[in-house]
Design a binder for this molecule. Structure first.
Ligand SMILES: Cc1cc2nc3c(=O)[nH]c(=O)nc-3n(C[C@H](O)[C@H](O)[C@H](O)COP(=O)(O)OP(=O)(O)OC[C@H]3O[C@@H](n4cnc5c(N)ncnc54)[C@H](O)[C@@H]3O)c2cc1C
Ligand code: SF4
Length: 511
């Protein structure tokens, strides 16, 4: 579709996995408030099937994983998110509480260098201040903040894994300058101030002198001991297969590749895959719901400038904050992530016309675009799961992962509420109409995926215990988004993944 290109991270060959898409759900009609359009008209062709054509599972295979192109929102989950089932009767509770994870949230924030405002107050209480002072809000965020205030909604500096002050010494911050507000976090930060894993945790670990990193290697199979426990793994590197024995394995391949490896490593003793005695590996797959709307606000200037996702509204985020619906959502300013901070996309997606009139319109309107995004909770559904293909394999012979992710009636109802709130905020900010929108309704574009090796207290309904340790094989830890029993109401998962991993590492060290 001309002018429609939301993928912007450079993706050299091998930096994305081949994924098979299974059931992504039927869409029966095209509601005006959800179906994708821009100034040129409808974006997707009419189809009865939700499509992954415009996005799919967006991820990076590489050192640093998907944090290389993440925006860097560094969210703690709402404390009530850990008790989703108790509070709403839907989804699952976590086996741990916010209080249990809080010291690890604080440690992760320090190592990453998170910038934010506030201490101690509000639902997400803190034991320590943010390690870095907040970033200034962009013109678009300030305008949306004024609109939110008129609506009686909160509007806060978004905690950001981007340095507001340079740090040239100390854990997780070596040689990292302050952010220059270029706005391109999702394309990979050129400065290294964004707190991606390669410049924080991995750099710290390398400094111990006890870390060996094998880049360009692909793990293809896990092996178990006859007596139980993980014994070894195979990895392919530079055209050769290597077998690595291990007393302890941390599996951190993400919520699609982790279950794929476990399911593909079946043998006679575990014909359904490793760590899968309860048939829970791959189950409970959760994307997050997304909705974004953009418009032009006459008189606004320089909206293309500033840090992406610099401010957010948490009014509807708590799991029991919406009438009749479990789960929540979050709104944020998103003109940079939407890709409207450059004149070509601005012109091709928000403006119509020809010749001199078009040029004049572009000059007059560039810098006045505002986008509001809503990110919302997904409640697990039995149809949404990761399986492995029976017919398709990668070049190493490993079965490809199959993503099944349907939009339930609950998700659809939440999407309508998300859209209504985002459009209301955009209109209140001064945009006379919506010029572009896209959402999870017709396109599966999963930046956040979770849940496929759920942690829990009951081995019958979960894959690991509350430490991320396999119920079946105690020397196997999982430390990625697979562990999440619930998605949260729009929080980014990366900080929680880091906190869970730090906690699991403490446990493994203690043992
Ligand atoms: C555009 C975009 C913006 C985002 N913005 C935010 C944000 O602002 N805040 C936030 O919290 N989250 C954000 N996210 C989501 C966040 O990036 C992910 O949730 C997070 O990185 C997932 O971490 P993970 O450890 O589960 O998996 P990944 O980050 O995907 O890491 C998996 C790792 O395993 C490796 N791997 C996989 N398979 C194999 C194999 N077979 N052999 C060897 N290695 C393997 C990969 O190379 C990779 O390094 C964003 C995502 C996208 C796409
Ligand atoms: S705005 Fe630019 S410099 Fe700042 S974190 Fe993002 S990519 Fe890095």
């Amino acid at each position: 579709m001309p002018g429609w290109e939301r993928r912007s991270f450079p993706a050299p060959e091998g930096s994305r996995a081949t994924i098979v898409y299974g059931d992504l759900g039927q869409i029966a009609f095209a509601p005006r408030d959800l179906a994708a359009f821009n100034a040129a008209g409808p974006v997707l062709h009419d189809s009865a099937q939700r499509s992954a054509d415009l996005g799919g599972y967006v991820h990076v295979l590489g050192l640093g994983g998907s944090t290389l192109h993440y925006v860097g929102e560094a969210h703690r989950l709402h404390p009530d998110a850990f008790r989703l089932h108790s509070l709403t009767g839907q989804g699952a509770n976590w086996p741990i509480s916010y209080a249990t994870l809080e010291p690890y949230y604080a440690l992760a924030e320090t190592r990453i260098g998170v910038a934010g405002r506030g201490i101690g107050a509000g639902a997400r209480w803190r034991s320590t201040p943010f390690p870095q002072s907040p970033h200034p809000q962009s013109p678009a965020a300030k305008l949306l903040g004024q609109a939110a205030a008129r609506l009686g909604w909160n509007w806060e500096d978004n905690p950001r894994a981007a340095l507001s002050e340079p740090r040239y010494s100390g854990a997780g911050t070596q040689g990292r300058p302050a952010c220059n507000y270029c706005g391109h976090c999702a394309r990979g930060c050129p400065l290294g101030d964004k707190g991606s894993t390669d410049v924080t945790f991995l750099r710290d670990a390398a400094q111990t002198g006890r870390l060996e990193i094998v880049t360009g290697a692909t793990v293809t199979r896990l092996y178990r001991r006859a007596s139980g426990g993980i014994a070894a793994l195979d990895y392919h590197h530079a055209g050769e297969i290597h077998r690595q024995e291990t007393p302890l394995l941390f599996l951190c391949a993400g919520a699609v590749q982790t279950p794929r490896l476990l399911l593909a490593s079946r043998d006679a003793e575990e014909p359904d895959g490793i760590a899968n005695s309860a048939h829970q590996v791959g189950k409970n797959f959760m994307e997050t719901l997304g909705y974004t709307v953009s418009g032009l606000v006459p008189g606004l200037q320089l909206s293309q400038r500033g840090l992406p996702a610099d401010a957010a509204c948490w009014e509807f985020n708590a799991p029991a904050s919406l009438d009749g619906l479990a789960g929540g959502f979050r709104l944020h300013s998103s003109v940079q992530e939407t890709g409207l901070n450059g004149p070509i996309r601005h012109a091709s997606r928000l403006i119509t016309g020809h010749g001199a009139a078009l040029k004049a319109r572009i000059r007059e309107s560039f810098g006045s675009a505002v986008s509001v995004s809503a990110t919302g909770e997904v409640i697990p559904d039995a149809r949404s799961q990761i399986t492995v293909s029976e017919t398709r394999r990668d070049r190493f012979g490993v079965p490809l992962p199959v993503i099944n992710s349907v939009l339930t009636d609950h998700s659809l109802a939440l999407l309508h509420q998300m859209a209504a709130a985002a459009r209301r905020l955009l209109r209140e900010a001064g945009s006379p109409r919506e010029i572009e929108q896209f959402s999870s309704y017709d396109s599966f574009t999963a930046t956040h995926v979770h849940g496929t090796c759920r942690m829990g207290n009951d081995p019958a309904t979960s894959v690991t215990n509350g430490w991320g340790q396999s119920h079946d094989h105690p020397n196997l830890y999982i430390a990625d988004a697979s562990l999440f029993p619930s998605t949260g109401g729009g929080e980014g998962p990366a900080l929680t993944i880091s906190a869970l991993a730090l906690r699991a590492a403490d446990k493994a060290l203690a043992e």
